[in-house]
Design a protein around this ligand. Structure first.
Ligand SMILES: [Zn+2]
Ligand SMILES: [Zn+2]
Length: 250
C-alpha cells in the first residue's frame, strides 16, 4: 500500500502566524508543515486519517480525485475542521468512536439532517470501538487506544503500518497490538516536554519498546527545530516526516 503524508504539522501549522523564528522563516520546503493528515491508497481505495483545516489545500496540492473513507483519531479541530470540504466528493464513510461521532454529527448537523440542503457533504457514519478491528472499504484497520493526556484518542494499525498521533502515553493493551511493524508513524511535537504530546525522548522510548523497522515523526511544532538539523540528531531508521512524503509499506 502507498501512504502520503498530506500534512506533518502540529495544530498551528508551520510557519506559526507572526513568528520570526529560524524554522518559520526557513526557505527549506521541509520546514513548511500543514496540519497532520495521512492518505492511504490500497486496493484502488483511498482512505484518509484525519481531516483538518488544510484538507482542501491538501487535496488540491496532491491532485486527489477520489476519497472513500475517513478515519478520525479524535475531535480536536486540527483533525476534523476540514470535513465540510468533503462535499467535493461522493458519499464518504467516516469511522469514529462514539464520543467523536456525536461531536461531528452536532457540528455538521446539516450533513446528517433528514432533509439535506443540496450540496452539503454526504457522510455515512460508522461507530468503531477501541481494539475492535473493522473494514474500511475492505481494508482491515484496528483502532489502537492512545492517551492525549486525559483525552482518550485513537491510533490506527493498517497492515504493518501504525499511525499514532496526539498522544502522551500508550496503554499496556496497545503495546501488544503494535508488534512486528514495518512502519510506525508517531506524533512528536518537539524536544521540550509538553503536557499532552510526546517530546522526542519519549517518542524514542516508544521506538525502542516497539522496535518497528522504521519510524517517522509527524505533528511537528516549529519549536522542534529545522528539519535538516533535527534529522541529523535522530537514530538510524527514525526520520522526520515532511509534507508530500510518499512511502510504500505493507
Ligand atoms: Zn492535533
Ligand atoms: Zn516559529
Amino acid at each position: 500500500m502507498e501512504i502520503i503524508f498530506l500534512g506533518t504539522g502540529t495544530s498551528t501549522g508551520v510557519p506559526y502566524i507572526g513568528c520570526n523564528c529560524e524554522v518559520c522563516t526557513s526557505t527549506d520546503p521541509h520546514d513548511n508543515r500543514l496540519r497532520s493528515s495521512l492518505l492511504i491508497r490500497e486496493k484502488e481505495k483511498t482512505i484518509l486519517i484525519d481531516c483538518g483545516p488544510d484538507f482542501r489545500q491538501q487535496m488540491l496540492t496532491n491532485h486527489i480525485r477520489s476519497l472513500d473513507s475517513i478515519l478520525l483519531t479524535h475531535e480536536h479541530y486540527d483533525h476534523v475542521s476540514g470535513l465540510d470540504d468533503v462535499r467535493a466528493f461522493q458519499t464518504v464513510n467516516i469511522f469514529a468512536e462514539n464520543r467523536v461521532a456525536k461531536i461531528i454529527q452536532s457540528n455538521l448537523h446539516y450533513s446528517f439532517a433528514a432533509n439535506k440542503y443540496p450540496g452539503v457533504p454526504d457522510f455515512k457514519m460508522h461507530i468503531i470501538h477501541e481494539y475492535e478491528p473493522f473494514l474500511a472499504d475492505n481494508i482491515h484497520c484496528t483502532p489502537i487506544r492512545v492517551m492525549h493526556a486525559n483525552l482518550p484518542t485513537l491510533g490506527f494499525r493498517v497492515g504493518k503500518m501504525a499511525y499514532l498521533t496526539d498522544l502522551k502515553t500508550l496503554p499496556e493493551a496497545s503495546i501488544q497490538l503494535l508488534q512486528d511493524l514495518d512502519l510506525l508513524i508517531l506524533g512528536t511535537l518537539r524536544f521540550k516536554p509538553h503536557f499532552s504530546h510526546l517530546m522526542v525522548d519519549e517518542a524514542l522510548s516508544i521506538v525502542r519498546l516497539l522496535a518497528p523497522k522504521r519510524t517517522y515523526f509527524t505533528h511537528i511544532g516549529h519549536d522542534m527545530g529545522k528539519h535538516a538539523d533535527v534529522q541529523k540528531q535522530l537514530p538510524d531508521h527514525v526520520f522526520l516526516a515532511y509534507d508530500g512524503l510518499t512511502l510504500e509499506t505493507y
